[in-house]
Design a protein around this ligand. Structure first.
Ligand code: FMN
Length: 378
């Protein structure tokens, strides 16, 4: 048995293999509601054999959306649009997961293909999309040309923490079985963790312990609304790649503390906090963030997911076989080939007869394969 196709259990949930669909924002929601696009986008990955299918970054409050097209779970009304998606993924044998987040100072942003810059009057004229004010741990804009976010009051902090818990309750009602908190890529939870964006001098800033407090209280709030048998994960930026930013050693401490709050797995990404400095020391190559998964797995003794610029089945197999991570997550490679897990299984010799495919396709592909062999074509 290959490592990629060995089942993995967190709490009472068993993933049939180690392949996760990394959260991928589609910017297609209307007022936070999911639609047929999301069903087909996510459904094809379940049909393609992934063990875990994460729905994209989903806002826990309306103003916490990054763009006008973000999914949301800030309202009970939004549960109904996500429930058939979770149900479909589940019935196709994958575990349905959802990423919950808040954009903080990165709220009110244009979609990538509209420039990834702040929404302004041009968007009102072109698309009828208004800008909205952003909040953040400290009144520091994300980058040059971005609006000044409002510093969060104590009330704001408690309201957002509660909204994570409320969204977790709604995720449960929608039928999801794992939650990932978006604490990476410069979004709100990461903004609290990073000394670049958090300059507070109260209990929520300053020392590593204080900067971690928001993430830990979010974990508590979610855990209080999330069934014990279901796993909870956090996506962290292991490093900011910047002077004076988060280093891997800080992230080990964060991961250890999160584990104490009932967090079961860390999805190990990096970067995104923004600011004036350009990331340095970052060398992009296949699996360039895997070493963070390895480090956190060893040092914080917690399950980890490796992600980032992975596409080769043999490389993914080696990451798991050598114990560098417990799961791997793919994003762009799955956009290119939603059946990547099934193709990887064939390549690694784990599925010779298309037995892992949905029968409606596997039956025919198996027959065609036999014919191709008989005719000596392959
Ligand atoms: C279309 C697209 C949307 C994304 N949206 C999210 C998101 O909602 N949340 C998140 O944590 N990362 C998001 N990412 C980052 C991916 O989850 C992943 O970490 C990154 O693309 C690196 O993996 P890859 O090299 O396999 O694509 C997105 C990436 C893509 C390509």
């Amino acid at each position: 048995m290959t490592s990629l196709f060995t089942p993995f259990k967190l709490r009472d949930i068993t993933f049939k293999n180690r392949i996760a669909v990394s959260p991928m924002s589609q910017y297609r929601a209307i007022d936070g509601h999911a639609n047929h696009w999301h069903l087909v986008h996510l459904g094809r990955f379940a049909m393609g054999g992934a063990g875990l299918v994460y729905a994209e970054a989903t806002a826990v409050e309306r103003d916490g959306r990054r763009t006008h097209g973000d999914l949301g779970l800030w309202d009970d009304d939004q549960v109904a649009s996500l429930a058939p998606i979770a149900d479909f993924i589940d019935r196709e044998g994958a575990i349905p997961g959802i990423q919950l987040g808040h954009a903080g100072r990165k709220a009110s942003e244009r979609r990538p293909w509209h420039g990834e810059t702040p929404v302004d009057e041009e968007d009102v004229a072109k698309r009828g999309e208004d800008p909205w004010p952003a909040i953040a741990p400290s009144p520091i804009p994300y980058a040059d040309g971005w609006p000044l976010p409002e510093e969060m009051s104590e009330d704001d902090i408690h309201r957002v923490i509660k909204s994570f818990g409320d969204a977790a309750r709604r995720a449960r009602e929608a039928g999801f079985k794992i939650i990932e908190i978006y604490a990476a890529h410069g979004f709100l939870v990461h903004q609290f963790l990073s000394p670049i964006s958090n300059k507070r001098s109260d209990d929520w800033g300053g020392s590593t312990e204080n900067r971690m407090r928001f993430a830990l209280e979010v974990a508590q709030s979610v855990r209080a609304n999330w069934p014990d048998p279901y796993p909870l994960a956090f996506r962290l930026s292991a490093t900011d790649w910047l002077d004076d930013g988060i280093e891997v050693g800080d992230t080990v401490e964060t991961a250890r503390a999160l584990k104490e709050e009932g967090v079961d797995m860390i999805d190990c990404s990096s970067g995104g906090i923004g600011g004036k400095q350009r990331p340095h020391r970052m060398v992009i190559e296949q699996g360039f963030q895997t070493r963070f998964a390895n480090h956190l797995r060893e040092e914080a003794e917690i399950a980890t997911m490796a992600v980032g610029f992975l596409w080769d089945a043999d490389v993914c197999e080696e990451i798991l076989a050598s114990g560098q991570a417990d799961m791997i997550a793919l994003a762009r490679e799955l956009l290119d080939d939603p059946n990547w897990p099934l193709h990887a299984a064939a390549r690694l010799g784990t599925d010779e007869n298309h037995a892992l495919w949905p029968i409606e396709a596997g039956w025919w592909l198996m027959k065609r394969e036999r014919l191709l062999k008989k005719l000596g074509i392959r």
